[in-house]
Design a protein around this ligand. Structure first.
Ligand code: MF3
Ligand code: CO
Length: 236
């Protein structure tokens, strides 16, 4: 899983380098797929429930699962990129949100808050804690940053399957969740919106967008709970 996570992290770094006004989202997808395959891995999203390509690129009011196409990236866009790779049967899953250019203050707050909520959630993933501790840590940072939490999508267990049974909500459930034992691996992935986080899925069957068209951001890491605390497997 470390190796799968490393590949995902490398692809996200490559995406950051290649993301600029004028490139198509499908070009980013091709670069990502090529890098994953050259690394001896496979893109886990391709073919997943019929998903046609290797990464997700979600722009502005799109939250997650945007399908790469001939759409051209423009200056001033909020671009969330989600990458998954399988190496020797083990999965890595990670996402980051970028801004094309220099973000206005409220957009910077959205992106920073989402990133920091993920880091807070990860910090809570220590042996003996529970999923509720992660959820609460994410929620507190989101609320403090005045962002709304997208609730229908949650983080997940990950290992030899991309989605394993464990669910990791980005808000408190009001009850102590599953205990975090050493060796548990999960993807934590807060999705926040600047306005209302009510979402809808587009006619393409995949793209999830905010109903009020407010901007959204998404950060995700695959982590392992170790005796020394959380280890980020998709760290840049
Ligand atoms: N990375 C997403 C997740 O964490 C999965 C992307 S959906 C896919 O659940 F269809 F693109 F694979
Ligand atoms: Co995920």
């Amino acid at each position: 899983m470390r190796r799968a996570g490393r590949i995902v992290a490398d692809v996200l770094a490559l995406m950051e380098e290649e993301l600029k006004a004028g490139v198509t989202t499908l070009h980013l997808d091709s670069l990502a797929e090529e890098y994953i395959r050259k690394s001896g891995a496979r893109p886990s999203f391709k073919g997943y429930k019929g998903y046609p390509v290797s990464i997700c690129v979600s722009i502005d009011d799109e939250v997650v699962h945007g399908i790469p196409s001939m759409r051209v990236i423009e200056e001033g866009q909020v671009v969330s990129i989600d990458v998954g790779a399988i190496w020797q049967g083990y999965h890595g899953d990670g996402a980051r949100t970028f801004f094309v250019g220099t973000p206005p203050a409220d957009t910077a707050r959205l992106i920073d808050t989402t990133r920091l909520s993920l880091l807070a959630g990860i910090a809570a993933a220590v042996p003996g804690a529970s999923v509720e501790d992660i959820s609460g840590a994410v929620e507190d940072v989101a609320v403090e940053g005045r962002c709304d939490i997208v609730r229908p999508y949650v983080g997940h267990g990950i290992g030899t399957r991309m989605h394993e049974d464990l669910q990791v909500p980005n808000y408190r459930q009001g009850r102590r969740g599953a205990e975090l034992a050493v060796g548990v691996c999960m993807a934590i992935e807060p999705m926040l919106a600047l306005g209302s986080a009510d979402v809808e899925t587009l006619e393409d069957g995949w793209t999830v967008r905010t109903k009020d068209h407010s901007l959204a951001a998404h950060f995700e890491h695959t982590i392992a709970v170790t005796e020394n605390g959380p280890e980020i497997l998709t760290k840049a």
